[in-house]
Design a protein around this ligand. Structure first.
Ligand SMILES: [Zn+2]
Ligand SMILES: [Zn+2]
Length: 254
């Protein structure tokens, strides 16, 4: 499995600051933030599956434009996966004919352009030898993370999350865990904001990572634009294990 980081910033601010999206091989997206906009039309047309962690705009911004861009190039619908609650938000507030067309109700050649597929925490879907399972996340809206397993190794992406007791038994049970991508949206001086908006800051991240019992490489994403250097310095001071800054363009193979 190859996972390429199309965007991992908490906000926009130039070419190096795209919001969250990971491209898995050439056919699966995990979240659809502004990083998707850097893919060519041919690359966009190969995406069959989009897994969303939650409904916040920085994670879904490019989805409506993606479905529209490839509508006349595809034979099969793009399937959008997330919790039932998140899919309901998309239908009610984005693909509602007011903000954007309801592509799940538009057919070409007898097939809808987009399909919704709910996924529950603990549920695992297979794509050839690859599996993707939803894992617990804690945020201000219903949210999940995803466990990607190639059969040889695993990557867990938490998405937006805060302190979350339910996640760690799941992560610690993954025998072939190689990579954990977690978040730190705010600096420690903004811990109050992190708690209210259900994100992490370095101090809170340190507490979470004490529960990680696996010898995995830990990456941190979703840092507020312009705050990355300070957040990384605070992480180095607070977290008792090596944590690497996730960068746009980075590729994981496992
Ligand atoms: Zn969010
Ligand atoms: Zn976010």
């Amino acid at each position: 499995m190859e996972v390429k980081v199309l965007g991992c910033s908490g906000g926009i601010g130039g070419p190096g600051l795209r919001t969250t999206s990971l491209l898995v091989d050439d056919d699966i997206l995990i979240d659809a933030g502004t990083g998707v906009g850097d893919l060519t039309l041919d690359e966009l047309a190969r995406i069959d599956h989009v897994f969303l962690t939650h409904s916040h705009l920085d994670h879904i911004a490019a989805l409506p434009l993606l479905v529209d861009a490839v509508a006349d190039r595809r034979e099969a619908p793009i399937t959008v996966y997330s919790s039932q609650a998140t899919l309901k938000v998309l239908g009610n507030h984005i693909f509602n004919w007011d903000v954007w067309p309801d592509f799940s109700a538009i057919s070409r050649g007898g097939r809808a352009l987009m399909a919704y597929r709910p996924i529950a925490v603990g549920e695992k879907l297979s794509f050839g030898a690859r599996t993707i399972a939803a894992v617990p996340a804690e945020h201000t809206v219903p949210a999940v993370g995803y466990h990607l397993d190639s059969g040889f190794g695993s990557l867990v992406f938490t998405g937006d999350t805060t302190q979350d007791e339910a996640l760690w038994p799941v992560v610690n049970a993954i025998d072939n865990l190689r990579y954990l991508v977690i978040e730190a949206a705010f600096t420690d001086s903004e811990e109050d904001r992190a708690l209210v908006s259900q994100h992490l800051c370095p101090g809170l991240l340190a507490g979470e990572l004490e529960r990680l019992e696996r010898d995995a490489e830990v990456y941190v994403s979703h840092m507020k634009a312009g705050q990355g250097d300070l957040i990384m310095r605070e992480i180095e001071a607070r977290v008792g294990r090596r944590v690497v800054r996730l960068v746009q363009g980075q590729v994981f193979e496992f």
